[in-house]
Design a protein around this ligand. Structure first.
Ligand code: PLP
Length: 373
């Protein structure tokens, strides 16, 4: 099997298995309990929080561990909501875990601005500028698009915010960027940053939210007051320690360069195939959109699956719905969207696998085209 849907999820590192066993079967204590063993777990969690802050390049603040980035995004966005005459700003390229909150805010009567994307798939900075004002409470923007790989310029967004609404909060959905593209929160005026374990070879069920200033957020659920009162509930200690292990094993720069070669190889091979169009948003090397003229993306996905190649159709959460909101916003025609497939890499596959996948993709596409014409 050649797995090319790594923006959907990744295979967990073998090294995380033992860590999970250790913190489930041996050091299984509740970090809120008072035994010496439990206090040791609490100390380890504090140390792990610092480890993640360091990996993010954050000079101050905290990390709240959550169950998934959907939860991190909800805590960030819904947790920033305040009564009063405030406005909330979202990019049109947000993942459903942010975008659907924007839609809900509207229904609840809050003033919401959804800023369109430019043809490069990034938030349109001029349009962003035009909706910001002193009433802006929150700007929520995706760092790397899960659909296209387009990268938003956080430095520019922070500059614009500082100029127009210095008190507004910036939330960044960093699920497709953390430990994938080289960046640091140092020097960036980002208040909240979401990230997820299962996109980085850690298990599903663990994620994080960086919080620069805890007083900017309100909790979503009530309980024992764990994690500074912002996320009550016993921490998923094993998952958090597995997440740390995975992050320790990743060399962002090395992986970035490896994956870049894979993407270049795929672009080079597939662009020679008649009817194949590549949409490379010159952003993250991890994600590529490929359009198969005259054949539905879904048909390609199933035919490739039969031949042992797994690809995606945009975000796993939206793939069951017709169309693609993000690609439509960039200005893609319906025909192009329907024929597109999302290919996403991980750094631990080989160039030979990519070459083989390209051969299979070409063969499958030619076979289907012959049948339909
Ligand atoms: N944000 C982005 C950009 C994503 O790609 C995803 C997952 O596809 C999520 C949020 C949701 O992450 P999780 O599966 O951890 O809830």
């Amino acid at each position: 099997m050649i797995y090319l849907d790594n923006a959907g999820t990744t295979k967990m590192f073998d090294e995380c298995v033992e860590v999970g066993r250790k913190f489930s079967c041996e050091n299984f204590f509740n970090p809120s309990a008072l035994s010496v063993e439990a206090l040791e777990i609490s100390r380890l969690l504090n140390e792990t929080e610092k480890f993640f802050l360091n990996k993010l390049g954050a000079l101050q603040g905290n990390v709240i561990f959550t169950g998934c980035a959907t939860e991190s995004n909800n805590l960030a966005v819904r947790g920033s909501l305040r009564t009063g005459d405030w406005e909330y700003v979202f990019s049109a390229g947000e993942h459903p875990s942010v975008y659907n909150q924007a839609k809900k805010f509207e229904l609840e009567g809050f003033k919401v601005h959804v800023v369109p994307l430019n043809e490069d798939g990034q938030i349109d900075l001029q349009k962003l500028q035009s909706v910001l004002n002193e009433k802006t409470r929150l700007i929520s923007v995706i760092h790397v698009s899960n659909e296209t790989g387009a990268v938003n310029d956080l430095h520019k967004i922070c500059q614009i915010k500082k100029k127009i609404c210095p008190k507004a909060i910036i939330h960044v959905d960093g699920v497709q960027s953390f430990m994938k593209i080289p960046f640091s929160l140092a020097g960036l005026d980002v208040d909240l940053y979401s990230f997820s374990g299962h996109k980085l070879h850690a298990p599903k069920g663990v994620a994080g939210l960086y919080v620069k200033n805890k007083s900017a957020l309100k909790e979503l659920f009530y309980g024992g007051g764990q994690q500074y009162g912002l996320r009550s509930g016993t921490e998923n200690v094993a998952g958090i320690m597995q997440f740390k292990k995975a992050v320790e094993l990743i060399d962002v720069r090395l992986n970035f360069d490896k994956v870049k070669l894979m993407k270049e190889k795929m672009i080079c091979q597939l662009s020679k195939v008649n009817g194949v169009k590549i949409f490379d948003f010159a952003g993250s090397p991890y994600i590529l959109n490929v359009v198969f003229d005259g054949v539905k993306g879904e048909t390609m996905l199933h035919a490739l699956n039969e031949k042992g190649v797994i690809v995606g159709l945009g975000s796993a959460c939206s793939s069951k719905k017709a169309g693609n909101r993000v690609l439509e916003n960039i200005g893609f025609d319906k025909d192009v969207i329907i024929s597109s497939v999302r290919i996403s890499f991980n750094a631990y596959q080989t160039l030979e696998e990519i070459e083989k996948a390209c051969e299979i993709i070409e063969e499958v596409y030619k076979n289907i085209k012959e049948r339909v014409s």
